[in-house]
Design a binder for this molecule. Structure first.
Ligand code: PXL
Length: 279
């Protein structure tokens, strides 16, 4: 049977993030990607001004209720950028309505990077996002998001192992038993960057070669590829390695040709590579 994911994010009409990244990546690897759009914006909020914002909060539950009535269930729910605390609560309810009994809930607690909350989020937003992570089977925060949820100090890289592992164990304590953690943006030197995974008490690091560039939407590229890998039957660390290599490869290609950080990465060009590594 073909696997089905429900991706719950906004649609940023321009800028390659959230649903315009999740849909093509997940579909390209052969997994059905149903969507629950939470808002429609003309662009993402990182670096553009004057963007439009059509809030779809009121549609989240009716979509899930309709699927439930039709007997439509999913093998995984993958949530990302959510625009308000109210949306977080509605996503929890929607997940209960649409998950099949063995389904995975992957939460990317999108809200911050480089030590700062994204524009539009209030200071108490991480506390609410933490309650969503508490219901997840896999979470994929970056270091800033993890530090906000744990109310601990954010440090810039290169990192010390102790700082990273304190964060990992803090997240493990915060989440439900058995939840797997994939902490992104981890590097100990400027040669390699990747993720730290914690599963059943064991820490595994996955690294790709370091590219000195930061583009918008790369967290969404990583989590979409990771979710795809898990649903394709890969173990956590293997899916994280594939997602890290794919993301790094997209950034490297984009950096060679295209300096506009807010326009996102050329993830499309590397989709054949991702498909090959997930075979
Ligand atoms: O890539 C994360 C993201 C998704 N959606 C919107 C955003 C951001 C990050 O800023 O603004 C609307």
């Amino acid at each position: 049977m073909q696997k089905r994911v429900a991706a719950i994010h906004d649609i940023s009409c321009f800028g390659k993030c959230s649903l315009t990244v999740a849909l093509p990546i997940i579909s390209a690897v052969g997994i059905e990607c149903a969507v629950i759009p939470t808002a429609v914006l003309s662009t993402h909020t990182g670096g553009f001004s004057g963007f439009t914002f059509r809030d779809l909060t009121e549609d989240i539950l009716p979509v899930a209720e309709h699927w439930n009535k039709e007997g439509i269930t999913v093998d995984a729910v993958y949530s990302g950028y959510l625009g308000s605390k109210e949306q977080i609560n509605l996503v929890k309810e929607a997940v209960r309505l649409i998950k099949n009994k063995d389904a995975l809930f992957v939460v990317d607690p999108v809200m911050a990077d480089h030590g700062k909350l994204y524009g539009g989020f209030s200071e108490d937003f991480p506390k609410q996002m933490r309650t969503l992570c508490e219901e997840a089977d896999i979470i994929t925060p970056n270091i800033t998001e993890a530090a906000f949820m744990l109310d601990t100090e954010y440090k810039c890289g290169p990192y010390e192992k102790e700082y990273i592992e304190d964060i990992l164990y803090g997240l493990e304590n915060m989440c439900k038993k058995g939840c797997k953690i994939v902490l992104t943006g981890v590097y100990f030197d400027e040669k390699k960057i990747g993720a730290a995974c914690l599963e059943n008490g064991t820490v595994t690091y996955v690294f790709s070669s370091y590219v000195d560039a930061a583009y918008h939407g790369t967290g969404d590229v990583f989590s979409s590829a990771l979710t795809s890998g898990i649903l394709k039957g890969k173990r956590l660390a293997s899916a994280a390695q594939i997602a890290s290599d794919y993301t790094a490869s997209c950034i490297r290609l984009t950096k060679e040709k295209y300096p506009y950080m807010k326009y996102g990465v050329n993830f499309e060009a590397k989709i054949p590579e991702l498909i090959e590594s997930l075979k």
